[in-house]
Design a protein around this ligand. Structure first.
Ligand code: FES
Ligand code: FE2
Length: 428
């Protein structure tokens, strides 16, 4: 349970809010690189942290993220035309470059210096892996680029997608660090999903429905260990890292690729869920890639152009009561991503955390909230740079391991929780 004022502190991310300022310390995913596939691609609307922006790629391949609205009379630059080194507004032809600088006001007489005084708000936009990342803070504090393993492996080892979720970012993140729901909500996926099934560890998942949770401190977040019974004298541990503010990795299964998410606020009632699958040491197979594109694993099918899932709240997520009754799916909703999204959206745009009744399996969520609250207050009150800004903090892995019962997971899995390039992630 949280006090209402803390719930607001952690969930509101517009400009000038304390959590909004925290997010503005980090490089965050803004859009997929494939949304701007070539020079002079059509511009893309991007709303982040309640700011309406336009992303474009100019004739030289430079990326820009600028205010959505033209400085002249405020029309959306989404209608504009990208060519000849800039984005030209469709109304009266004012032209902007990727820094937001106005470089042409065609109606002005030759020699006019008007446009040099006009500059739209802009943020850097940089391709790392399959994602275009932005940093929305003050330029003097711009950190080094992200070092998460999924964007640093060769491109053939990773696939990234995104979806629009109609809920606040925090309840989405909390779903990502709550692995106790997997044995229930996703029980069908463990048996049937092509990107989950067949792993030795799955049998521990479904045979022990009462995981014990242990949370260990990481440099910039947490390692959340879920412990289930394995063969005698051993436990099966699934270890989920969370890196501030909102990066999570799902523990792996067998030789399947590793799934992960970055939860990015669009505004206070919506978030982007960036989703990837990567393998630490081998290319993804054709079959795996096809499964991801078909919406299996933690990916989903979506409406072209909007990134809104085909299963959404307007069609009750295509819930199938018969499938639920037969036990084909526990909730009646098909697909792991949409099982999560349906329940997290059902909580309302911002869940009322003053009313919840937390239990021991919520230990990771409780600890993550505390760390976020501390970091937000230390930034607001003392200007302290939060954990996770330093890209060394990004070099974490999830792991699934079987350890002797008397070995603490954070000791037994310590090597497995660090990125070692060229060495395969630990998985059962
Ligand atoms: S509104 Fe954009 S040029 Fe006039
Ligand atoms: Fe889930």
């Amino acid at each position: 349970m949280l006090k209402q004022e803390i719930n607001e502190l952690l969930t509101e991310t517009g400009a000038g809010t304390p959590m909004g300022e925290l997010f503005r310390q980090y490089w965050i995913p803004a859009l997929l690189a494939e949304e701007l596939p070539e020079n002079d691609s059509p511009p893309v609307r991007v709303k982040l942290l309640s700011e309406r922006l336009i992303a474009f790629r100019d004739s030289q391949g430079h990326y820009g993220l600028i205010d959505e609205f033209c400085a002249h009379r405020g029309v959306s630059l989404w209608f504009g035309n990208v060519y000849d080194g800039g984005l030209r507004c469709s109304y009266h032809g004012w032209k902007y470059n990727v820094t937001g600088q106005c470089v042409d006001v065609p109606s002005e007489p030759p020699g006019s210096r008007l446009c040099s005084k006009i500059k739209l708000k802009s943020y850097p936009l940089v391709k790392v892996g399959g994602i275009l990342w932005t940093y929305m803070g003050v330029p003097e504090s711009q950190p080094e680029l992200p070092q998460f393993e999924f964007v640093r492996v060769p491109p053939e080892q990773c696939h990234t997608s995104k979806r629009w979720q109609e809920s606040n970012w925090l309840q989405a993140l909390e779903g990502g660090i709550d692995s106790s729901h997997v044995s229930w909500l996703h029980s069908d996926g463990l048996k049937n999903d092509p990107l989950f099934k067949g792993a030795q560890g799955n049998k521990y998942n479904v045979s022990d429905m009462r995981p014990f949770f242990e949370v260990a401190q990481a440099d910039a977040g947490l390692f959340i260990g879920a412990r289930r019974n394995a063969e005698e004298d051993h436990y099966y541990w699934r270890i989920t890292p969370w890196v501030m503010p909102s990066f999570t990795l799902i523990p792996p299964r067998g030789d399947h690729p590793v799934h992960g998410h970055f939860w990015v606020p669009i505004d206070d009632a919506n978030c982007w869920v960036f989703t990837w699958d990567y393998h630490s040491t081998r290319p993804l197979t054709e079959g795996e890639l096809q499964a991801m594109k078909d919406g299996h694993g933690v990916h989903n099918e979506y409406e072209p152009g909007t990134w809104r899932p085909l299963q959404n709240k307007d069609n009750d997520y295509l819930m199938d009561r018969e499938a639920q009754r037969r036990g084909d799916t526990f909730s009646g909703v098909r697909g792991i991503a949409m099982q999560d999204a349906s329940l997290q959206e059902s909580m309302g745009p911002i869940v009322d955390r003053t009313q919840e009744k937390l239990v021991s399996t919520d230990a990771g969520i409780i600890q993550a909230r505390k760390q976020l609250e501390n970091a937000v207050k230390e930034l607001r009150d003392q200007g302290t740079t939060p954990p996770g800004v330093n890209p060394e903090h990004h070099k974490v892995r999830s792991a699934a391991v079987v350890l002797p019962k008397d070995q603490p997971f954070i000791e037994g899995a310590s090597d497995a929780l660090t990125v070692i390039p060229g060495v395969k992630h630990a998985s059962v």
